[in-house]
Design a protein. Structure first.
Length: 438
């Protein structure tokens, strides 16, 4: 742990009260090298949930550690299943606390058996290399989630149980773990014991295999990032990728690149092989005039003017009363009001006018700049190259029924700042896959 977390770093440990998190809790407390706090998530799914929360609170109190408990609502009708819904709710609560506390990392107590079960589960589901790589031991932080460390992935459950018993530790058992209707429980109760009876180090071996597969995936990610950079095209609306450039790659690299781009834009799940091949076929067959729209797990994609565009599949937000903010999250992007002198939208005029940001509405007409007539959103978008699917997602600044500005327009009279007057220059940046990390 010291390789990524220096002594004294603040850490948040997720405590379920089970064997694995109990061992990790006491090991970290005994080490005394970090500023440790604990958090428990109460899912409300078990009649024993209150007892588990009380057990975790008591353990933290004995060790003199800060403790927090979070009650969450789990979507019982989630199409992804109750296990996935509970996990999502749990991480939302833990990530939020970790970000609010500014900790160096969120720690979870996954061990080698968990990793082995993940590998086996993904294998029988037909996952690709990314799924077989399992859970990473270290996941760097991102703007919306903290870094996460799983320090016990190399240790089997049997090792942890022996350590807990030798130290006289107590823990709780979740009765739902015995329900083999759940795939993970079936693997744990029925499959892993059979494998371990023949190969005693099955958990550690499979965990090691997942680690090596993760290394292989990292190499493929690096290749995909280089391919992405080689065919990337910078536009006024973010980064896109040349379809002709994609055609110039061999099929395996095309698939590798498309998987990577989907993940970089934030796809919740990896595409199936059949879905990916069909999408690849459609993109490669693109002809001028078509758009080839596609959506997958929270990502929207389009072909337009010889380019492939990908972005989070988010609608424009509800109308927003502007109250002087200069950096505004707007759908899948940001609107920034940059201070300028003698141009832009008059700061004093806007302050008195109570403008509203909203998506376009029928019959909107916007003045395109000084001395230019008003035009409809579609005409302005065509002139400035704003892709069709962004037109309903773009912010428009209005006062009453008058549209003052939209992306692609310059501020115009009577709202333009005069000579020497302070103004705001609106700049809207849609979020598309621009980073080569993650």
């Amino acid at each position: 742990m010291s390789a990524v977390l220096p002594d004294g770093a603040p850490l948040l440990l997720a405590c379920s009260g089970g064997l694995d998190s109990t061992v990790l809790l006491h090991a970290l407390a005994a080490a005394g090298r970090w500023q440790l706090s604990c958090a428990h998530v109460h899912h409300g799914l078990s009649p024993n949930a209150d007892d588990w929360a009380a057990h975790c609170a008591a353990q933290a109190a004995v060790l003199g550690l800060p403790f927090s408990a979070h009650r969450v609502a789990v979507a019982l009708d989630s199409p992804d299943g109750i296990e996935c819904a509970a996990r999502d709710a749990r991480y939302r609560a833990l990530n939020l606390q970790a970000l609010e506390q500014g900790v160096a990392a969120l720690l979870t107590a996954h061990h080698a058996d968990d990793q082995a079960e993940t590998l086996l589960h993904n294998l029988v589901r037909g996952a690709g290399l990314m799924g077989l790589a399992g859970m990473p031991a270290w996941r760097p932080s991102e703007p919306d989630r903290p870094a996460q460390l799983r320090p016990m992935l190399a240790l089997s459950r049997s090792v942890l149980e022996a350590a807990a018993q030798s130290r006289g530790l107590s823990w709780v058992d979740d009765e739902s773990n015995a329900d083999i209707r759940y795939a993970r429980n079936y693997l744990r109760a029925e499959v892993m014991p059979v494998l371990s009876s023949r190969w005693p180090r099955t958990a550690e071996t499979l965990s090691g295999a997942a680690r090596r597969l993760a290394e292989a995936q990292g190499l493929l990610d690096g290749l995909a990032d280089r391919d992405a950079e080689s065919i990337a095209v910078a536009t006024d609306w973010g980064r896109a990728w040349s379809i002709d450039g994609l055609r110039g790659l061999e099929a395996a690299r095309q698939r590798n690149l498309l998987r990577r781009l989907l993940r970089r834009v934030g796809a919740r799940t990896a595409p199936t092989e059949a879905w990916l091949d069909e999408w690849r076929r459609q993109v490669l067959a693109w002809q001028s005039g078509a758009e080839c729209p596609v959506s997958h797990a929270g990502v929207a994609g389009f072909c337009h003017r010889g380019l492939l565009w990908l972005m989070p599949d988010l609608p424009a937000p509800a109308a927003l009363n502007w109250q002087g903010e200069t950096d505004i999250a707007w759908g899948a992007g940001r609107l920034q009001l940059q201070p300028v002198q003698g141009r832009g939208l008059s700061q004093s005029a806007l302050a008195q006018a109570a403008p509203v940001l909203r998506a376009r509405q029928p019959k909107d007409r916007v003045r395109r700049g000084p001395g230019r007539p008003r035009a409809g959103v579609k005409q302005i978008a065509q002139e400035c190259g704003l892709p069709p699917w962004l037109r309903d997602r773009a912010p428009i600044l209005v006062v009453g029924r008058e549209a003052l500005w939209m992306p692609g327009c310059e501020p115009a009279e009577p709202w333009v700042a005069g000579p020497g007057e302070s103004g705001w220059m609106p700049v809207w940046t849609p979020v598309v896959a621009q980073s080569t990390s993650g």
